[in-house]
Write a protein that binds this ligand. Sequence first.
Ligand code: UT7
Length: 334
Amino acid sequence: MRRAKITGTGMYVPDRVVTNADLTQFMDTSDEWIVQRSGIRERRWIEPGQAPSDLARAACQQALEAASLEVSDVDCILLATLSSEHDFPGTSFFLHEKLGAGEIPCLDLRAQCSGFLYALSFADALVVSGKYRRVLVVGCEVHSTGLDISTRGRDVAVLFGDGAGAVVVEANDDPEDPSGLLELRLHAQGRHADKLWIEAPSSASSPVRLTHEMIDDGRVFPKMEGRFVFKHAVRRMPEVLHEALSAASIKLDDVGLFLFHQANLRINEFVANQLGIPPDKLFNNIERYGNCSAASIPMLLAECARNGRLQPGQIVCLTAFGSGFTWASAVVRW
Ligand code: UT7
């Protein structure tokens, strides 16, 4: 039976490091508060002139190189983001041009912090069905240009960073090679859409999508009911993780590495504790990059591929929760 397999990973973050101390220039906050509540010590912000598609291009080029492929070998590009370069067309089209992707199809997926796992799931379906042999799956975010970095927006602004991660998903037809995506489980609950969202601009706002008042009221910045989101995250992540493992007939103890979306170190430690996951099986990088939404999981994969944490044959479990609400989990044999 054909499986879809990740054959290359890549990531890119801008050079500009913004520490917690740097943020105190703009807002009333402290390194102590940010580290204690979220585990974040620094994040990356783009420099003027850099676009989301530039970050995505660098991540994709690394992933293609790791898979020993050229962009001309790819059949389709799926890009997950919540911070689109423009309202339309999607960021994937700007990436498409920068990669020189000819005339292959591309599209943006909007499932926020679970977006990469949603995109991976669709890539899996496209490959397993035989529609495509190779799909480039990208998570890419530039949050820094959309944050309220005054004290008014400090609860959200300190959490987010810019970055991109990418993987190549290829068909694996080798009966001797058991590696590949074993299970992907996706969920959503639109009821809580406004618990973590950006209200404006909105095409539901008549007669115009954006007014001076919306800007003055800060409705163009992300808003979150932090505690409400936290409570749902720590319930849904274990739930969907168990669901995916059980569908793949894999025991929790047989998982070699757990990679969770990087929203908050406390969420990940809480979930790991709840499930009895030993600390050495959990890898986080939120301390260095903050929350990069759809880019977080492919960035973790790229770092783990490079630091030797991902070994052939190892079972890896990827789990995310985010705005929408969305939550998802994937079980992968590396
Ligand atoms: O990626 C998508 C999914 N996202 C998540 O899962 C995030 C879920 N939520 C969280 O991670 C946490 O709720 C936060 C890290 C966002 C906040 O932590 P918290 O412990 O829930 O803090 P809080 O929002 O209840 O705020 C506690 C206090 C408040 O002051 P008072 O009302 O107690 O006087 C805030 O005004 O901390 C204050 N505060 C800050 N102080 C210094 C909020 N933001 C800051 C800040 N610096 N940046």
